[in-house]
Design a protein around this ligand. Structure first.
Ligand code: HEM
Ligand code: HEM
Length: 236
């Protein structure tokens, strides 16, 4: 049996199911903006729209910083402490899924919680290495000139390879969401409209003004980081 009791988001029985708000607006806007911007980063990398690639990359970085802060100070269901479990619990959940005995969750299930962390870390790595990458012609990240060409080359290689790893993770993520949908759990509807059917009481939501402050902090952090970059060399 999955250790559902140790996960605060696990639903207990099928009694008295109500439509409750599970994802606040900031998490939903974060998610769909992320999908749009990662797609933009991918397309612009293939088509050579360097400036758009650069700005969509900075936006992804800002979103990830925002989500990390919101995972610490945001609404209850958005908090890492609400959906991160010891790996053994995630493993039990996967085993229970294969025998169709896994409980439903209002927030991310224990395995999904670790997938969220993996995706956020890969996005950080992707945007972080982009800052040091260069195509050796006309396009370079703001810190490429601040490090040796060997380091920049190394960052560029990771930037290219980690993208493939991220794509694989996204494929598993979308497949997992699709499987839940096939079994009647309306996860996509919940990530779009915010609500799910549940027998639990709705978790507390933080006000939107707090999300606006956290977003402003994330923008300021990325802006501050970029302002440390050396001026663009006249050679380009
Ligand atoms: C670039 C592609 C994608 C990335 C990087 C991505 C990333 C993420 C992340 C980081 C979360 C956690 C949300 C949070 O707690 O803030 C999440 C959740 C979610 N994503 Fe995606 N996602 C992608 C594409 C998609 C697509 C195409 C769909 C729809 C089929 C989708 C459906 C969902 C759903 C339903 C959840 C909530 C899962 C749950 O209830 O546990 N995602 N995604
Ligand atoms: C998280 C968002 C990002 C994604 C998904 C992404 C994705 C990609 C991909 C797929 C490539 C092509 C790699 C190859 O096959 O050669 C690429 C190249 C590149 N990206 Fe990004 N990138 C992101 C963020 C950034 C950022 C923030 C910068 C900094 C300005 C950046 C700078 C570059 C540069 C300079 C190249 C060319 C490197 C080369 O020629 O291989 N990227 N990016």
């Amino acid at each position: 049996m999955p250790n559902a009791g140790s996960h605060p988001g696990a639903r207990t029985s099928g009694e008295q199911m109500n439509e409750i708000r599970v994802w606040d607006l900031p998490v939903r806007v974060f998610h769909w903006a992320l999908v749009l911007l990662v797609t933009t980063s991918w397309i612009t990398a293939q088509t050579g729209f360097d400036e758009i690639h650069e700005w969509s990359g900075y936006s992804v970085l800002t979103l990830v910083v925002f989500r990390i802060l919101w995972g610490l100070f945001g609404s209850e269901n958005a908090r890492f402490s609400r959906f991160l479990t010891p790996p053994a619990v995630a493993w039990d959940h996967l085993k229970a899924t294969s025998t169709r005995t896994a409980p439903h969750y209002d927030t991310h299930n224990p395995a999904g919680g670790w997938m969220v962390i993996a995706l956020l870390l890969m996005l950080l790595l992707q945007a972080g290495t982009g800052l040091f990458s260069s195509d050796d012609i006309l396009f370079e990240g703001p810190f490429a000139a601040a490090v040796s060409s060997q380091w920049s080359e190394w960052a560029k290689n990771i930037h290219a390879r980690s993208f493939n790893i991220m794509l694989a993770l996204v494929a598993v993520h979308v497949l997992a969401v699709g499987l839940h949908e096939l079994h009647g759990e309306r996860l996509i509807k919940a990530m779009w409209f915010g609500s799910k059917r549940s027998d639990q009481a709705a978790a507390a939501q933080r006000p939107l003004w707090l999300a606006a402050i956290v977003l402003a902090l994330a923008i300021a952090a990325v802006w501050g980081l970029l302002s440390l970059a050396p001026p663009v060399s006249a050679g380009f």
